[in-house]
Design a protein. Structure first.
Length: 282
């Protein structure tokens, strides 16, 4: 995406990053709440024997019933209202007819559009009883998300977000996926900034990669969505062009919130109205 094409000249910005006005927050609250309500609704439906295709149809119907649109249907040819990523699928898993098995873990990612505003969020779910290590991975991933969010305030940086996530995840023996990141959003689905979930790392050739030290300003809207693997962080893209899996087939987990930088900290637009923040939800 060419970021310059998404910004009008009369809008405030820091570099390519849009700075939203106070009145824009209400649109994001409405979109974020519906996306979170979709995930709340799914909690009673995720169980062994249910297909991910069925879960996707439930979200599609709920979005339409609320006068909204699914941002993913038609996006670059994608045809579903959700991405559902099971076990070693890192992200962008495609819903299908295969039934869930006892012990499966999965991320369900929903993005809705209401009055032009995007609400983007994802959570982990358990089908039946997962193994202890899977539970620990999921719990750590949620903690990493919240650790990253807690750093957000004016004067903090994107690198601070990544450092908090990386420190927590690696401290528990897990790895942070580097190939995907959070993103700016609002009236546009994906725009600046890119929000990586690490502070820095060395690649296999010894090159050092660092997160941007971009300073956070009130009015920035973006997602934080760490993907954490039980094994190595390396990614393989399947032939369908969407599904990204861990190359070593280790389990992967992810949580995502859409947030804003406020005058004194942050606001989460996609909090669960029913306080269903991480599994188990019963």
């Amino acid at each position: 995406m060419n970021m310059s094409e998404t910004l009008s000249e009369d809008e405030p910005r820091v570099g390519a990053i849009r700075i939203h006005k106070a009145e824009d927050f209400e649109g994001m609250r409405k979109a974020g709440r519906l996306a979170a309500e979709c995930l709340d609704m799914l909690t009673e439906h995720v169980e062994p024997g249910v297909t991910t295709e069925h879960l996707d149809n439930l979200v599609r119907e709920m979005v339409l019933d609320n006068g909204a649109l699914s941002a993913t249907i038609g996006y670059r040819g994608y045809r579903h209202a959700t991405c559902i990523s099971l076990n070693h699928v890192i992200c962008h898993g495609i819903p299908g007819p295969k039934p869930l098995k006892n012990g499966d873990i999965m991320n369900i990612d929903v993005t809705v559009i209401i009055d032009g505003w995007h609400g983007d969020t994802s959570r982990m779910y358990f089908a039946g009883e997962p193994k202890v290590k899977a539970r620990r991975l999921v719990g750590t991933t949620y903690q990493a998300l919240m650790a990253g969010i807690e750093t957000v305030k004016p004067g903090s940086t994107l690198r601070d977000i990544g450092r908090a996530i990386q420190t927590l995840a690696e401290g528990e023996g897990f790895s942070v996926v580097r190939d995907f990141c959070g993103h700016g959003l609002g009236r546009v689905f994906h725009e600046a900034p890119n929000v990586v979930h690490y502070a820095e790392y060395k690649d296999r050739w010894g090159g050092v990669h660092r997160a941007a030290d971009t300073e956070l300003k009130p009015g920035m809207f973006f997602t934080i969505e760490p993907m954490i693997n039980d094994g190595k962080p390396d990614v393989k893209l399947l032939k369908d062009g969407w599904t990204a899996v861990s190359r070593d087939k280790s389990l992967s987990a992810q949580f995502e919130h859409s947030i804003a930088v406020t005058d004194d900290g942050y606001e989460i637009f996609t909090l669960s109205p029913k306080d269903m923040h991480q599994p188990p939800y019963n």
